[in-house]
Design a protein around this ligand. Sequence first.
Ligand SMILES: *[C@@H]1O[C@H](CO)[C@@H](O)[C@H](O)[C@H]1NC(C)=O
Length: 268
Amino acid sequence: MALASSPALATMRSTFISLAALCSLLPSVLGHGQVRNFIAASGTYPAADAYAAALPNSPIRKLNTYGPAADFTSATITCGEGGNTPVTALATVNAGETVTFDWGSWGSSHSGPVRYDIHGQMSQWLRQFQGRQRQYLEIDQDVYHPARTAMPWGENILHNGGKYSVVIPDGLANGEYIIRHEILGLHVAGNLMGAQFYPNCVQVKVQNGGSKTLPAGLALPGAYKPTDPGILTQLWWFSPSNATYVAPGGKVTFPGGTGDWGAWKYGS
Ligand SMILES: *[C@@H]1O[C@H](CO)[C@@H](O)[C@H](O)[C@H]1NC(C)=O
């Protein structure tokens, strides 16, 4: 509130007002966003815009909305609205490589955690897609870190062109996998089913790997319950003096170790 008279806030206000006006004209385009690029050593892979034509060479599953996977107990939680349709392309990555998700102009305030899951092998996923559970293994998450004063929530890092990087597990067996990256916006999470999940999936081909295979992971859908403490919650509860937010889906798991990977980084 010390910012009450700052030009930045005035700009934010006018941006908010024009966005609000735009949203009232375009009710299906409620701000929010999508992954714009997946960046690996092998190249930068652009995503198709949710409201435009598919990009045949994109390994990023195409969404059909910038909005959240509204019913997070349904299959849309897997890879987002429209994102459960496989694409033909794969991004080549090395085991142990740091890859980056660029959310482009994602600029809305949707404070909450971010998480990264990996699923493999993809042929197995395709079989499981026929109505059975999809198991995802969490490889990283960034929740609430009050010491990071300007951006305590993982999602805050993605504001205004922010990027987020994650390490492809070192020694992971070569093959085709899905990396799932999710923002969870908690701004209306005080309402039952108000939590807003934004999953995006990229299909990758891991090379230069080892012998590690993925253990069983979380079922998505299934793992997120409407009344989980990290889902039915209030953003304003969390502060430096009340900093324990429990993210849905449990702790990070990874073959060979458990615990927060601590691999968060934000780039320029
Ligand atoms: C602190 O956070 C918990 C959830 O972890 C919440 O139940 C509680 O109401 C919060 N306390 C305050 C004072 O906001």
